[in-house]
Design a protein around this ligand. Sequence first.
Ligand code: ADP
Ligand code: ASP
Ligand code: MG
Length: 412
Amino acid sequence: MPTLVMKFGGTSVATLDRIRRAAKRVGREVANGYDVIVIVSAMSGKTNELVGWVEETSPLFDAREYDAVVSSGEQVTAGLMALTLQEMDVPARSWAGWQVPLKTNSAHASARIEEIPTDNINAKFGEGMKVAVVAGFQGISPEGRITTLGRGGSDTTAVAFAAAFGAERCDIYTDVDGVYTTDPRITSKARKLDKIAFEEMLELASLGAKVLQTRSVELAMRYGVRLRVLSSFEDNDDNAGTLVCAEEEIMESNVVAGVAFSRDEAKMTLLSVADRPGIAAAIFGPLADASVNVDMIVQNISEDGRTDMTFSLPVNQIARAEQAMAAAQASGEINFSELVTDSDVAKISVVGIGMRSHAGVASQMFEALRDEGINIKVITTSEIKISVLIDRKYMELAVQALHDTFGLEKSA
Ligand code: ADP
Ligand code: ASP
Ligand code: MG
């Protein structure tokens, strides 16, 4: 039997009614002749609540216990989905991650998948089971502890299962009907894309578009998984969603495919550090050791042998970064006059593979921001993206202005 993976996100399993709705869809694919692997998220809001409980109980929590707690939401929906399918006379059973077992490394709270044995589930398909419902977002470490894959990790569970089982497709059911040119919550002009290239989706996801977890796109690209994003609320035939696929499958596309943003960014500047070989290593080594995810980096031109070093980081890592820098200063590894933190910035990025062959995107982006009176604090570019850091209060305005200036509401 051909296999299909269907993943239902938090809003798609938020109530028993919605679980029934999702189960009906699964039933239809079974009727179409598929063996189905369903990956479920926790009910929407549940994981946030669990994270809140952990943080309230233990601010510097043991990540192994964090994973034990936050993985529980998915176990509930997996069982409920299996029961719902059974009530519809569809042979189904649930699996927690460790039962599969979905094997990961030991990086608790952001574990990486290492292996998914297929024998256990395939044996059940062989016995006539039609649907394997698997709790997303979770696995088991070599030490036998429950791990989780990072927020939004059920997308990655789904793609990894699709790769392991050689599924015909991996369908990600969510609360929007596909991947848009930008988050449709920010502008009503956002346009749904029929197709998007893996590389573009990878950049959009890593730059803040949370419709797919970055790692899921990486895996889909590596293993050639046909990945589709579609609505769990629409039942009509037009609900084809967005196919994330190889660049070669896309005939025409805009130079800029989409605009992404990341709201919770911060910027730090070390004023007047010695400009000497090894200074970057002396700053960013301790930050890495403190698990600070540094993103953009700018070093100013030096004057009298001293320079300023600016970098961006997630806003919730400020305390950790400040601690690491203070410790490096105290031990004499670095010597700065002041550490200036700006916790009210956002990152806006434009992404498109067309930029490889098209000059002028950067200047057009900067002009559009200038016309709105928005000051750019830091800029970074790569082959297919340009990112800027701006004051957070202008984030929505900037996204709308860039969406307009690159004509994203119309297709090429
Ligand atoms: P799920 O719970 O199903 O995993 P998520 O909330 O993780 O859903 O992801 C879906 C959300 O992603 C949408 O509601 C939308 O607000 C947001 N989003 C951000 N950028 C985009 C984009 N470019 N296209 C579509 N949705 C986007
Ligand atoms: N429930 C987890 C989260 O909210 C995983 C997921 O939904 O993908 O992050
Ligand atoms: Mg998600």
